[in-house]
Design a binder for this molecule. Structure first.
Ligand SMILES: [Zn+2]
Length: 76
């Protein structure tokens, strides 16, 4: 199986180890944001994608999630 973002070899999921790590970080960080800000998942994704501090790997993962879940980012 290949990583659906970068086409590197992926063993246990849809992502290669690097994108999987980034994906886990994105999901983990959401728990913190949700607790602190009461932010929705979609809004969170849009915010971290706009954030210049977000790493490139995480941004690619977020872009993939947004595409897959057909989240309408224009309304934000
Ligand atoms: Zn990858």
């Amino acid at each position: 199986m290949k990583c659906k973002i970068c086409s590197r070899e992926a063993e246990v999921s849809d992502f290669c180890p690097l994108h999987l790590e980034a994906y886990r970080n994105v999901v983990e960080k959401y728990a913190v944001w949700e607790k602190a800000l009461g932010i929705e998942w979609e809004e969170y994704l849009v915010q971290i994608q706009k954030n210049s501090l977000t790493g490139e790997w995480a941004k690619e993962v977020v872009k993939d999630i947004i595409t897959r879940e057909s989240i309408d980012v224009r309304k934000n």
